[in-house]
Design a protein around this ligand. Structure first.
Ligand SMILES: [Zn+2]
Length: 292
């Protein structure tokens, strides 16, 4: 499953290679890839054709391209949402280059740039779908993801409102970090890393967090994500835009995640792993004391 930094790399690639181009034709090679579009593949293709694609946007791990209105100005009323699923890739390829084995959708453009956009997905959990946007939203936010909170790298993320929301909930901090209605884009790995940096146990009740602790936690989340982005962002300058669910970040030394029984880099105490909501939580039992 791609994490936010990988999705941001894809967004930058789309922004550079696809935004601003006019769709000339859409070919759906596998209906499952557009199954979230109830009117079917032909309707999906028809509706996209002729539209100029707007600026590539992202909220958490959700990625979309608004369709510029065909006539007049104003906010986009339709947007294409990309679900990458487990194995989805968006590739910008030269026209005529051999089709990928798992090519599902091809988008051709009405300009002289001899490249096309391809959605490739081995396991077909992902797909593309067309949605109405939240009325008047300048970014063309698809209505189906209107409930997803902004992510902490978004300039419009509201730190104070996030703290207030944490204080008002009867939940624990790691559950809150993975709750997309509070904050988006923080996956299991980034949560464990940020909690280790902040010396917070994952079961800490959010109602007990002080304002400075919330601020410290957000700072560490942003640092972890920025570092991952710096490492994972190496490929977005190339023509080949892809996401494969991995990033260079996983090659670098993580401080907590995946380090069971290895010494904490701060205090030397062995890192522990605990089952947590069908996943694992890694933490230092000395630096991250469990709540009483
Ligand atoms: Zn420690």
């Amino acid at each position: 499953m791609p994490e936010l930094p990988e999705v941001e790399v894809v967004r930058r690639g789309l922004e550079r290679w696809v935004s601003g181009r006019v769709v000339a034709a859409v070919e759906v090679l596998h209906p499952r890839a557009v199954r979230r579009h109830p009117a079917g593949p032909a309707d999906f293709a028809d509706r996209l054709t002729g539209h100029q694609l707007g600026a590539a946007r992202r909220r958490g791990k959700y990625l979309w391209l608004p369709l510029e209105p065909l006539t007049g100005t104003g906010a986009p009323t339709q947007a294409v949402l990309a679900h990458l699923g487990m194995s989805g890739q968006l590739l910008v390829q030269p026209q005529g280059s051999p089709d990928e084995k798992h090519l599902r959708v091809r988008v051709r453009f009405a300009d002289a740039t001899a490249t096309e956009l391809r959605f490739v997905d081995q396991r077909t959990f992902g797909g593309l779908s067309l949605h109405d946007t939240v009325e008047g939203d300048p970014d063309g936010l698809p209505d189906v993801i209107a409930h997803i909170a902004r992510d902490p790298l978004d300039p419009a993320f509201d730190d104070a409102a996030f703290h207030t929301a944490l204080r008002g909930r009867r939940t624990t901090i790691k559950r809150a970090l993975l709750d997309q209605s509070l904050i988006s884009g923080v996956g299991n790995i980034y949560a464990d890393e940020a909690l280790w940096r902040t010396r917070l146990h994952y079961e800490r009740p959010t109602a007990s967090l002080t304002r400075p602790r919330t601020t410290e936690l957000l700072t560490h989340i942003r640092e972890v994500m920025a570092e991952a982005l710096a490492v994972g962002g190496t490929s977005f300058d190339s023509l080949y835009v892809n996401v494969n669910g991995e990033s260079g970040y996983f090659d670098r030394s993580l401080d907590a995640y995946g380090r069971e029984d290895e010494p904490c880099r701060r205090c030397g105490t062995p890192i522990r792993r605990r089952p947590w909501m069908n996943r694992s939580s890694y933490f230092c039992p000395h630096c991250q004391r469990p709540p009483r």
